[in-house]
Design a protein around this ligand. Structure first.
Ligand SMILES: *Cc1c(COP(=O)(O)O)cnc(C)c1O
Length: 384
């Protein structure tokens, strides 16, 4: 039966290409998620998630939510801010900008510390901001800014947050279960992801991994949301083993299968595979003469962000559709100041898939009469 599922190569930044065994894991007998059997599965799932980021199970826990990855940002920011506290967002891209919007929607007090999207945050400025604003109670940033593929120095930002007694939350949605993460070493109090990205499972399940003591402390913080309150969901899990409200049942079965496959592949081997895929992407792009937005040494190794050719025949939609019809999905960029597209190394794919993609991609460019090597008129391309 599994052989009949068409295999698409998704080069978008999630959902990712999944294995047939993960797809099929969703086809199970109907079960009421209030059964003990289901609660037991979720307990194991929660502790496995802590294991993936090497958290001490006494100190760290994980809390599941039904929703896409953005729900984690919403939950962390609205739940972990004490009365009178302020949030510092270290912002160099689209996903940290989303966190700023969450603050705005809840009316939370925040500082939006913006840096150019193609540069790393200036840690001296981060420290100065913390020193001058003693009401900052929470620092938030994004690990791999999926909009550009830049990797932020979370260990250093975390150390600064802690030096000034702030909680550190990191959006690790596009690194967790791909790039190895160690909660303690990287000074992370809370990290987060959704099942459809690094885990290579299905959409609809998101999770926050973080410090138990801080979640328990937050019980007395202002309650700003009902469905998206971290303590409420945690407390329910601890007392009953269940999600407060209906969980995404079949998605959870798929996530459990995906985690089994994660541990079978191994943290190191999996990261090596993503690196192989990413290198094949970068080589393929370089061969065609494409230019990337982020310099090599700053890349997270998972998202290649590429400038559009300066060629009148370039038409992203047409190239996309040609590739899509042949089973390959490419994705537009998320950089406000420049036209870009992205190719990502997520999912159950390997370098041969990328080689096959570039055969099709080259055909698409030829079909559109885009010049190869790719043309850029203005010499040095930059975001300015
Ligand atoms: C994918 C992603 C999210 C979640 O986005 P959704 O649209 O809610 O799935 C959040 N942060 C980062 C860094 C991501 O890559």
């Amino acid at each position: 039966m599994s052989g009949t599922i068409k295999r698409n190569i998704l080069l978008n930044p999630g959902p990712a290409t999944t294995t047939d065994t993960v797809k099929m894991a969703q086809v199970v007998p109907d079960i009421c998620p209030r059964e003990k059997e289901f609660a037991g599965m979720m307990r194991k799932l929660r502790s496995d998630l802590v294991k993936i980021v090497h958290g001490d199970p006494e100190k760290y826990t994980s809390v599941l939510f039904c929703g896409s990855g953005t729900i984690n940002i919403d939950v962390c920011l609205n739940s972990l801010l004490p009365e009178g506290g302020r949030i510092l967002i270290v912002n160099n891209g689209a996903y940290s900008a989303r966190a700023v919007e969450v603050c705005q929607y809840y009316g939370l007090s925040y500082i939006n510390l913006e840096f150019p999207t193609d540069e790393l945050p200036d840690l001296a400025v981060v420290e100065k901001t913390l020193r001058e604003n003693s009401d900052i109670a929470l620092v938030h940033t994004t690990h791999n800014e999926t909009g550009t593929g830049i990797l932020n120095p979370i260990g250093e930002i975390g150390a600064l947050a802690h030096k000034y007694h702030a909680v550190f939350t990191v959006d690790t949605t596009s690194t967790l279960a791909m790039r190895p993460i160690d909660m303690e070493k990287e000074q992370i109090d809370f990290c987060m992801a959704s099942a459809q990205k690094g885990l290579m499972a299905m959409t609809g399940l998101s999770f926050i991994i973080g410090r138990r003591d801080l979640i328990e402390k937050s019980a007395s913080y202002p309650r700003r949301s009902y469905y998206c309150n971290l303590f409420l969901q945690y407390d329910w899990f601890e007392k009953t083993g269940e999600m407060h409200f209906t969980p995404p049942v079949q998605t959870i079965y798929a996530a459990i299968q995906a985690i089994e496959e994660y541990f079978a592949e191994g943290e190191e081997e999996k990261w090596k595979r993503h690196t192989r895929v990413f290198n094949a992407i970068r080589e393929g792009l370089a061969e065609l003469g494409f230019r990337e937005v982020i310099k090599e040494e700053w890349q997270a190794g998972l998202v290649a962000s590429v400038y559009y050719p300066e060629d009148e025949n370039w038409d992203f939609e047409k190239v996309h559709d040609y590739c899509y019809d042949r089973g390959f999905t490419i994705y537009p960029g998320k950089v406000a100041s420049a036209d870009t597209f992205r190719l990502c190394a997520l999912g159950a794919i390997d370098e041969q898939d990328i080689r096959n993609f570039f055969v099709v991609f080259r055909e698409a460019l030829a079909q559109c009469r885009v010049e190869i090597p790719i043309k850029y008129n203005s010499g040095e391309t930059s975001l300015q």
